[in-house]
Design a protein around this ligand. Sequence first.
Ligand code: ZN
Length: 551
Amino acid sequence: MAMKSILESSVESMNNAASFEDFIKIMDEVNRIRNNVQSMETLVSIRYSINTDDDFYKTEKHYWDEISPQYEELNSMFYRAVTESRFRDELEKKVGKQFMKIAEYALRAFDPCIIEELKEENRLSSEYTRLLASAKIMFEGEERNLSAMGPFMTSKDRYVREEASRLYYGFFEENEARFDELFDKLVSVRHSMALKLGFESFTELGYIRMMRTDYDSDMVSVFRSQVSEHIVPCASRLFERQRRRLGLDSLRYFDENFEFETGNAEPKGDAQFIIDGGIRMYSELSPETKEFFEFMMEHELMDLETRKGKGAGGYCTYIPDYKAPFIFSNFNSTDADIDVLTHEAGHAFQVYQSRWIDIPEINFPTYESCEIHSMSMEFITYPWMKLFFREDTEKYKYAHMGSTVKFMPYGVLVDEFQHLIYVDPQMSPSERKAAWRELEKKYQPHKNYEGCDFLERGGWWLKQGHIFKNPFYYIDYALAQICALQFWKKMQHDREGGWQDYLRICEIGGTKSFVDIVSEANLISPFEDGCVAGVMKDIDAFLESTDDSRL
Ligand SMILES: [Zn+2]
């Protein structure tokens, strides 16, 4: 890697810079190189996901996987040069507090003495992924993996839903001992890393790894209490309405994801129809979104349709050298296709508006903040949903808002569970499951696991990958969502004001921390009592005003 010696000597010159001006000049050059490396890496991963059979990009990706630890080491050198610089105060004024904190946190989360533990953590995480992928479930005459069971688990035929769900959770029960052992090892390796780095438990280190620079676990618990008090009752009412709508005696665990006997709202046309709708929507929404979407179209920065050999899922990423976002998805003719055009495009719009930022760490803000932009766009574009769903528009909005409300209690449940786990790393597997089941009773009192002993014992979370692979990464979705809902509320009566607030936080990108971004957006912080109650009344009224028995 020729880059390596150039970067090493540049960082060395940063350390020896005679004046602040010199320091900045060299730092700009270092960032130019880092942006270039990042662009290469992003292009390789995009090309690979577009066609996973392409040997050239397969090799390139493998090369990057091999050398990326070395590159991380170079970044650490750079972070040290930044945080230990004698020009630190001037620098902080120029690049902002948030970047300095990120550099500091990256250094605090790492020390050569935990390299073995980090490797072990990676190995265990990959083993979890492999274990999930190993599922081979015989169903309706064919061997299927876990995701292929999805459509059957939401089948119109209740018997099929039940049978598919029984087999799906049966896989987890059959492999329960392996999942338990993996998780036990993950908890203990994380705990020992935390101790080596001088923390009391993994919780604090987990927050640092997530770059939570301006809030702590006490503040998060204030938010969780609000969800428990103000959202859980509303979610329970939604599940009850669902039971009535479906004409069931009781809503059992395999019924939860089945919303309408008449099927979910679907886009009324093919991929081109959806893209045409997107062009019209973004050109009507604002001059900024019009320019953005035209840029995406003109430079072919969206690969949306499913093809053989394409990687799974969807994402938005950014290529710094071209100042270009990129959106990837696999259209499947469901309402999820429209979410790509709103959610992923929300991410892309933010990073496009903040393309003036030349420091790769802060093109996107941290996780809980960057989801504000994407989730809010889902609500900001409500007035255009009729372009895609026509007579099903009301059904789409009811289901979209409903699933948002139903998600929130689950989001904080996953978070509270992880706090319990890492404060007491000695818990046994059955104690962990019992703790999970208790939390379900608190946050999801509607749950009915009759006939499924495994779920009744608290086994649900074994399928929640974040808990295994990305500790503490989950509350982010709930924090961002409550901000998005505030945008929804505001834009009902002050569309222009709300839009200007949204635009402003797109432009600042990742230069600010979560609480600061929330305040720049003129929103109430989720850590403040009253935040959740403040939107729930309107949401309740919105949901109540829909006669769902007609949908
Ligand atoms: Zn997102």
